[in-house]
Design a protein around this ligand. Sequence first.
Ligand code: NDP
Length: 462
Amino acid sequence: MPNKRPTIKDAHKRIKEEVNRLKESHRIEHDVFYQALEEVLLSIAPLYLADEKYANHNIIRRLATPDRIIKFKVEWMNKENKIRVNTGYRVQFNNSLGPYKGGLRFHPSVNEGVLKFLGFEQILKNSLTGLFIGGAKGGSDFDPKGKTDFEVMNFCTSFMRELHKYIGPRMDVPAGDIGVGAREIGYLFAEYKRITSTFDGVLTGKPLFFGGSLARTEATGYGVVYFTEAMLEMEHKESLKGKVCTVSGAGNVALYTIEKLYQQGAVPVTCSDSKGMVYDARGVDLEYLKDLKFKRRGSLEEYVEKHPESSYVPVSEYPEGGHAVWDIECYAAFPCSTQNELTELDAKNLIKNGCTSVTEGANMPSTPEAMELFVKNKICFGPAKAANAGGVAVSNFEMSQNASMLKWSFEEVDAKLKTTMYDICQNIASTAKEYGVEGNYIDGANIAGFKKVADVMIAEGI
Ligand code: NDP
């Protein structure tokens, strides 16, 4: 029997579904931004109380409003020669401290609200590094997963055809994020060069042969561990040496967190991806994971075939409202996959199991309820905007190297990264003390990051 041709009714139905999806994404789009905003604004209250100038200069409203949001259409051709359409964004949030800087994310969950949240967090994070960089974020709802290199290249080329108008080494310098690694940055940079005929340090996270910095790939994960060590030291806790650690995620941040944990003598026993979690009590096999995730882009399910003594828990078997990875006993926990991946139930499990510290490798992985529990229970808690700032710090080092046409050694970059992470930790610990919230690294980070940007905005006038 021949296929029934779609009727007008079918078309209406599909259109309505599409409209509902759009409506839904618009509704969701603002939740995560307001969650971040509220969290930050509540915690800077001691600064607001201490000095009226912030209220007098309407700083909250001014800082919470992006300088501009660029939204554009990206048309590209898939491997079947079909034209596809995605949306591209760049949220240029604030450039008081320096050129806009922040990653590009390619993931189906990307929308304006998510990028506003990430961009806002980026302003404070960049401020905490002590370097001269403003805050931005961008990306697309394009999903590189399952696409061929050729398709990814087609998409990146089209994306840059529009983005290049708004970026520049002294204006806005994007980097990678979820779904945007060295491959994507390479394609994006090549297209920028083609269009502008310039070899500028306009993107960071570039492959080494395009002017990338040594240790940029490792920087966020390594920095997360340096930050944790500094925090444990300041809080007079035992170091990570010989300690069992749990890590979520199996991407860039997670795997280099695992690598540095091994280098510091710790035992990272878990990792996870969007399908499930691996637990290997002897310590996860990092070399195998790098091959599986970075080269073959496979699923963690395969890990247990190679290591039958480990266990794999698929997402469908996670406890309701929680995640299997946070139910494993550990000294230190490292959420390194995505936002809101560590819930109230997860926090309760970590506390019940005697966890001493939690450091956020991902952006905003802990829900507000989880963070509240950590603070209440005096768990050492390293918030994302401070703990994962190592990536952007080394991106800044990459900009310095590009501008001076110099190349620093891996050891040099790693040493500077370590110093930066210790400085960030010290700064937020002393800020917390100064504003009467000693030991609270969340408030310390928010106040220190906010204050620096706000003071420059006041000095600049309007
Ligand atoms: P990657 O794309 O390399 O890895 C992301 C990892 O998280 C993958 O293992 C992915 O699994 C998993 N993941 C993604 N979405 C979900 C989900 N909804 N549920 C469970 N797991 C999920 O990204 P990065 O490692 O670069 O980034 C991770 C986090 O760190 C992000 O929040 C990012 O913003 C933040 N960050 C990254 C920096 C960097 O330098 N890369 C700098 C600062 C912050 P799967 O493979 O199945 O998709």
